[in-house]
Design a protein around this ligand. Structure first.
Ligand SMILES: Nc1ncnc2c1ncn2[C@@H]1O[C@H](COP(=O)(O)OP(=O)(O)OP(=O)(O)O)[C@@H](O)[C@H]1O
Ligand SMILES: [Mg+2]
Length: 232
């Protein structure tokens, strides 16, 4: 269970303060797959970074499985992050390392037993249909291929929480649907997924929809009722 209470996030910039999140309160059940939607600049990435303990809110609290993220010490936060898989909007793959080595790096920092790395990497590459590109560096891959490697890197640690920022932005509709279906199967097995997306088909796969507008929640509810509501 992820509980977000009254989150506000203000960025100080040379042009003045930017209020990225105004007053966000929501609860995300274990095994939910939340599609975080909303226009560019509405605060999706900011919220994902806070949920994933990559960033801290200006005020408000986040608890993850009962642990208060804001009071965690840096080491505790690092330990906590080992249970979180991230797919970043700009992938954040290590450019000088192969796809395989990028995944090794993720497994190392997650403290996974080295004996299990090879099996996990091959399995994750197979799932995203990238087995043939294990030894390519990011610069030798297309945008969609890099995105699939970023997905493989996130899932190979078998995370409790998967934070994904625009996972289908560089994929064709068939590959996009495959990745969304994959996430849905992870959610069915108890992984909690929070996914920002502009892709309307995501709504079909999500259990819940959260729509942001200018840093506020415009709508939050079960996906099926939301979709019906929007279509009427
Ligand atoms: N590090 C930062 N410093 C200053 N302002 C920031 C920073 N990060 C985000 N912002 C601002 O916060 C707001 C929300 O940005 P955010 O990246 O969360 O939007 P988003 O919904 O993910 O957009 P997109 O769909 O384009 O990815 C924007 O106005 C943005 O300019
Ligand atoms: Mg974003």
């Amino acid at each position: 269970m992820i509980e977000i209470n009254n989150i506000r996030k203000v960025f100080a910039t040379p042009d003045g303060d930017v209020v990225a999140l105004k007053n966000i309160t929501l609860s995300i059940a274990t095994g939910a797959m939340v599609a975080l939607m909303g226009p560019s600049g509405s605060g999706k990435t900011t919220l994902l970074n806070i949920i994933g303990a990559m960033d801290t809110p200006t005020s408000g609290t986040v608890t993850l499985d009962g642990m208060h993220v804001e009071t965690m010490q840096p080491e505790e936060r690092a330990t906590f992050r080992k249970r979180i898989g991230f797919v970043f909007q700009r992938f954040a793959l290590i450019e000088t390392a192969s796809a395989y080595e990028n995944m090794e790096f993720a497994l190392r920092i997650s403290g996974i037993d080295r004996d299990d790395w090879h099996r996990r990497i091959l399995h994750a590459l197979d799932i995203v249909d990238m087995s043939d590109h294990a030894h390519h560096r990011p610069g030798e891959l297309s945008g969609g291929q890099q995105q699939r490697i970023a997905v493989a890197r996130a899932i190979c640690i078998e995370p409790k929480i998967l934070i994904v920022d625009e996972p289908t932005a560089n994929l064709d509709s068939q590959r996009g649907a495959a990745v969304l279906g994959l996430f849905r199967s992870y959610a069915a097995n108890g992984t909690t997924i929070v996914m920002s997306t502009h892709d309307p088909t995501s709504e079909k796969y999500a259990t819940d929809i959260c729509r942001l507008r200018a840093g506020d929640i415009e709508l939050f509810g079960p996906a099926s009722s939301t979709i019906e509501g929007n279509r009427i």
